[in-house]
Design a protein around this ligand. Structure first.
Ligand SMILES: [Zn+2]
Length: 242
């Protein structure tokens, strides 16, 4: 085969690889973003019970503070009972104590149900925590794999880019220009194989005469349908070689 054509075929291989690698390079960071986002949402949902438990704990502390304050007031009121001068005042303080004690007992009942609720939520939060830590492990493993993929992709990309540059300098300028023009007009493919008279670029039959010529000539021929540079590839021979 024509040396120029061999170089163009190699160049095409590099270009196709680079296009595919670029597409993956775009997809992988998007996959990582999605993974992060999904895990974030899951984490949030798994932390609802924990959050609720924290809220109940705060409410409990507040209630205990209220009880303490009321009890202090009761002690003070009882002290005042010893100092009163008349019955009316005495009765008023007794009433005050009675109201405070009733309130205190009401809050104590609330505290009991709060503690019950806290116990239940705590069990649920613990379960959620276990599920979350399992999921977190899986998430971190998946993320590591994607990050490694990005690294190897970058390495692959530079490798093919370098190979492309090495081939490019060996190809004569006007031929390279022709290839680039055809490639840019044809969705990134400028050189395609032909086997059994079918062009691998447009999947159309090429005329028999052209197919015959293609198998013999060392000239660069063009597919009359898609205008790509074509070369003959004997796929039977390839199979036999494998
Ligand atoms: Zn074609």
């Amino acid at each position: 085969m024509n040396e120029d054509l061999l170089l163009l075929i190699e160049l095409q291989e590099c270009d196709s690889k680079l296009v595919a690698l670029l597409a993956s390079k775009k997809i992988l960071p998007e996959k990582i973003d999605k993974l992060d986002k999904d895990f974030g949402t899951f984490k949030e949902s798994m932390e609802q019970n924990k959050k609720k438990h924290e809220e109940l704990k705060c409410a409990h502390t507040e209630k205990e503070k209220e009880i303490k304050k009321i009890n202090e007031n009761i002690v003070k009121a009882k002290g005042r009972l010893l100092e009163v001068k008349n019955n009316k005042e005495y009765q008023a303080i007794l009433k005050e104590i009675e109201v405070a004690e009733a309130l205190c007992s009401e809050i104590e009942t609330q505290v009991i149900s709060l503690l019950d609720e806290m116990d239940n939520i705590f069990v649920l939060a613990k379960k959620d925590d276990d599920i979350l830590s399992q999921r977190k492990q899986k998430y971190e493993e998946e993320r590591k794999i994607l990050e490694a993929d990005i690294n190897s992709l970058d390495m692959d990309f530079s490798k093919w880019e370098q190979k492309r540059n090495e081939i490019k300098i060996k190809i004569n300028g006007s031929l390279l220009e022709k290839y680039e023009k055809i490639k840019n007009r044809n969705g990134g493919t400028g050189v395609v194989s032909v086997w059994k008279a079918v062009c691998n670029g447009c999947h159309m039959n090429i005329p028999p005469q052209l197919y015959n010529e293609l198998q013999k000539t060392s000239d660069l021929l063009i597919c009359p349908n898609c205008n790509r540079i074509i070369y003959y590839q004997n796929k039977n021979k390839e199979k036999a070689a494998v």
